[in-house]
Design a protein around this ligand. Structure first.
Ligand SMILES: Cc1cc2nc3c(=O)[nH]c(=O)nc-3n(C[C@H](O)[C@H](O)[C@H](O)COP(=O)(O)OP(=O)(O)OC[C@H]3O[C@@H](n4cnc5c(N)ncnc54)[C@H](O)[C@@H]3O)c2cc1C
Length: 297
């Protein structure tokens, strides 16, 4: 992480909201479900699948989680009504994980039920390291009743090989990413080269075990390794998918699609875009650097 990244991230909270909106705009569909549906429609038209995420995390009141469940249900209804190709992904702490694990389970369970009625799918995002055990417990609890749920593994975490082996034996649907949260060295690899190598190791474990993997990365070397493994294992396009974030590496996204792979674009929306953007930028200043560099490209 460069000094420039840190400086940009540090000064962002002092920047007027209107300017932060300019930074955030390419990465967020907008504030409303209508904005979200418009962006999904464009993505589908261009040959990409989508993943809908409502912005929000680490809520402190149960009502905030209940509102999020209601909004996600409306999103699932709208996606089905418009015959769009988008699943949903939820942050467990948005649905109350740090308030009460049973409350969070009930919230995700009702979304999984709602989604199942439409043949749709719910993925549990992975957040910072203190929430990993509870999130995996939530996932395995849900799997006792649902097949239309998935989870996320972060290649940055030292524990992930063990988690992957446990998930592989359950034939889990796993999104594999590097991990966006800056974690202490005793829990996470901090050298980007090791994080990359670990990503490839975990990906190979999951694919060889027959898991459906959401290969979530904009790192072209990892896209190359994934393509190599897919070829070596003779996988068909319906057995995995690539995933990228809205507004990031659009050219690489098209390259992956044109090579015959399926690619899902994760699109966040919601009125909480401002606190979310600032918190995210402060938590991982490298993102601020990406944003500014992208503006000058
Ligand atoms: C679909 C999806 C879902 C994710 N879900 C989770 C999750 O549940 N939990 C979690 O911890 N992390 C999640 N992440 C974030 C992930 O962990 C990484 O932080 C992020 O993808 C950057 O890693 P990278 O593999 O793209 O490689 P990097 O080396 O970090 O990035 C490669 C290049 O992509 C561009 N880039 C990457 N990220 C951004 C950005 N945010 N803005 C602008 N440009 C960017 C830059 O040009 C960069 O040089 C998700 C990522 C994706 C794509």
């Amino acid at each position: 992480m460069s000094v420039l990244d840190e400086l940009i991230a540090f000064s962002l909270p002092a920047v007027p909201k209107a300017l932060v909106r300019v930074f955030a705009r390419p990465y967020i569909a907008g504030e409303t479900l209508d904005d979200q549906i418009r962006v999904i429609r464009e993505l589908n038209r261009d040959g990409f699948m989508a993943a809908t995420g409502l912005l929000g995390e680490f809520v402190t009141r149960r009502e905030e989680s209940e509102e999020a469940v209601g909004e996600y249900e409306k999103a699932l209804d709208a996606i089905d009504e418009a015959k769009l190709d988008s699943n949903i992904h939820v942050k467990p702490t948005h649905l109350g994980l740090t308030l009460d694990e049973d409350f969070c389970y009930d919230n995700v369970r009702s979304l999984a039920e709602h989604a199942r009625g439409y043949g749709n799918f719910v993925r549990l995002d992975m957040e910072d390291s203190p929430t990993i055990d509870a999130t995996l417990d939530l996932y395995f609890r849900l799997r006792e009743h649902f097949d239309n749920v998935g989870c996320v593994i972060q290649a940055r975490m030292r524990r992930s090989l063990g988690d992957v082996r446990r998930l592989a034996s359950a034939k889990a649907n796993v999104r594999l990413c590097k991990g966006v949260y800056i974690e202490p060295r005793d829990r996470a690899y901090t050298d980007p080269r090791i994080i990359r190598e670990n990503y490839v190791w975990l990906l190979e474990e999951l694919l060889r075990a027959g898991c459906y993997v959401g290969i979530a990365t904009h790192d072209e070397l990892l896209v190359w390794h994934a393509s190599r493994l897919i070829d070596e294992l003779g996988l068909k396009p319906h057995q995995y998918e690539f995933q990228m974030l809205h507004g990031v590496e659009r050219e690489l996204r098209r390259v992956v699609r044109d090579a015959g792979h399926r690619l899902r674009v994760a699109v966040p929306y919601g009125p909480s875009w401002y606190p979310y953007s600032v918190r995210r930028l402060r938590k991982n200043p490298a993102i601020a650097g990406y944003v500014v560099k992208a503006m000058f490209k």
